[in-house]
Design a protein around this ligand. Structure first.
Ligand SMILES: [Zn+2]
Length: 197
């Protein structure tokens, strides 16, 4: 799975130009290889039809997932991120669910998964910020692990926005998109984060 920009035209031209590297072998580049199943994502106006691609060197296939969605989640990443933000501001899953029009049990699932890995998420995004940025100031702990995660993702977003400009993620650099792109769509997936290497 590879995270890509939202605009399918840009994804096609990058594929055609050999501009998307293979995450498996890290030598080859990906070429178009059909499409994955079309998905309806709550919170996005159009259905998502992810491009599939195959490495020209190692022949492994990958799904190219746009930065607006998280792996195996039926809701737009922006909505999930809004829920995590509301939790950091003190709201509970029922209130967040009502606010976003999402079943409370679904919100509870997101919050539980995030709660198990707040410190890991925080240090991952601080690592991203330090890698992308120049003289990045690491935010002090606030005493609330949820708010610390938001601060870390905001720091990473600022560093990425500064380095790559507003078009760095193929559109606006929002914390939600940074959270997707920098986790490879796996922010709430069981196998994330990978061991640092
Ligand atoms: Zn490869």
């Amino acid at each position: 799975m590879v995270t890509v920009e939202v605009d399918p035209g840009r994804v096609e031209s990058r594929l055609a130009a050999g501009g998307i590297g293979c995450p498996t072998c890290r030598d080859g580049v990906l070429g178009g290889w059909g499409y994955a199943r079309i998905r309806q994502v709550e919170g996005l106006s159009d259905p998502v039809r992810p491009r599939r691609a195959r490495c020209r060197a190692c022949l492994v296939t990958h799904v190219l997932l746009p930065v607006t969605v998280l792996l195996r989640r039926a809701y737009a990443a922006e909505r999930i991120w809004t829920a995590l933000t509301a939790r950091a501001e003190g709201a509970g899953h029922r209130r967040i669910g009502m606010m976003l029009g999402v079943p409370a049990a679904t919100v509870r699932g997101w919050l539980r998964r995030a709660a198990q890995r707040l410190e890991v998420i925080r240090s991952w995004f601080l690592g991203v910020a330090v890698t992308a940025g120049v003289d990045v100031r690491i935010p002090d702990g606030s005493g609330c692990p949820w708010r610390d995660v938001l601060a870390a993702v905001a720091t990473a977003s600022a560093a990425i926005g500064f380095r790559f400009g507003a078009a760095g993620l193929g559109g606006a650099v929002t914390p939600a998109r940074v959270a997707v792109a920098a986790s490879g769509g796996r922010l709430l997936a069981p196998e994330w984060p990978p061991p640092r290497g």
